[in-house]
Ligand binder design. Sequence first.
Ligand SMILES: Nc1ncnc2c1ncn2[C@@H]1O[C@H](COP(=O)(O)OP(=O)(O)OP(=O)(O)O)[C@@H](O)[C@H]1O
Ligand SMILES: [Mg+2]
Length: 250
Amino acid sequence: MSEKIISVDNLTKTFVSKAEELMVLRGTSFDIYKGDVICLLGISGSGKTTILNIIAGLDTPSSGRVLYGGANIGEWTSNRLYDFRLHEIGFIFQEFYLLEHLTALENVMVPMILTEKTENEAQERALELLAQVGLRRKAINHPEELSTGERQRVCIARAIANHPSILIADEPTGTLDSKTGDEIMNLLLGIAQKNQMTVIYTTHDPYVTKLAKRIFLMQNGLVVENGQSSFDNIEFDETSFKYKFKGDKT
Ligand SMILES: Nc1ncnc2c1ncn2[C@@H]1O[C@H](COP(=O)(O)OP(=O)(O)OP(=O)(O)O)[C@@H](O)[C@H]1O
Ligand SMILES: [Mg+2]
C-alpha cells in the first residue's frame, strides 16, 4: 500500500448565521494515499467545497482534525500553514479567482512571486506552464478575454506552479460543455500523473467520476466510499435526493 498523505479524522463543520445553524459535515473520516485520484461526488450544497477548503487549510473545521503526513494542520502556526498552502497544495477554485487586472501570464506568476523565485524565473516557468496547458498564445490576454475553458487552463497552470504534491480541483468541469470538460479532465489528470501528484476533485455529475481511481460520495454530511469505484455503480436516489452506490441502503 502506498504512503498515507492525508487523514481526515472525524471532521465536523457547522456554519452559524443569523437565520440558522447548518451542520454541513457530521463527523466524517477518510484517508488519502500518495498517487490517489479521488473524485468526490455530491449534489449542490452537500459540502464538497467546504471539505476541500478544510483539507487545504483555507477553512477550519468545527471539530475533528486533518493530518498531513501525520501532523495536525490545525495546530500549525500561520506561517507553517501559509507554506503548506503555497508549496504543497495546488487549488483550482470553483469560482476561478483569477485576478482580472492581470494577464494570464501574470496570474500564473503570482504563486511563484510569493516564493524565492526572481521575476524572470517566475515568468519563464509561467510561459512553460501556459504552453503545457495549451495557452501559450494567450499569455498576454486578460481573463475577461478568455473563454471559460481557457480560464480553467490558466487556473490549472497557476495551481501547479510551485510543484504541489496535492492538486485539489473544485468542480473543474462545472461550467464547461462535456467535450471541453473531458479535455480539461484529461489535461489535469495527465499533468498530475506526470508530476506524481495526488488529486482530489469534485463534481455533481456522475459522468465526471469516470476517470477517478476512487469515488467518494457526499451523503448527509459524510463522505462514503464502498470500494467499488466504478462510474456504472452509482445511481441517484430520488427519495433521499442523493447519490448512492447501487445496492447500498440510503
Ligand atoms: N461561509 C458560509 N456561511 C454559511 N453557510 C455556508 C458557508 N459556506 C457554505 N455554506 C453552506 O454550506 C452548505 C455546503 O456548501 P458547499 O459550498 O460546501 O457545497 P457544495 O457541495 O460545494 O455545493 P456546489 O455543488 O453548489 O458547489 C451549503 O448549504 C452552503 O449554503
Ligand atoms: Mg462547491
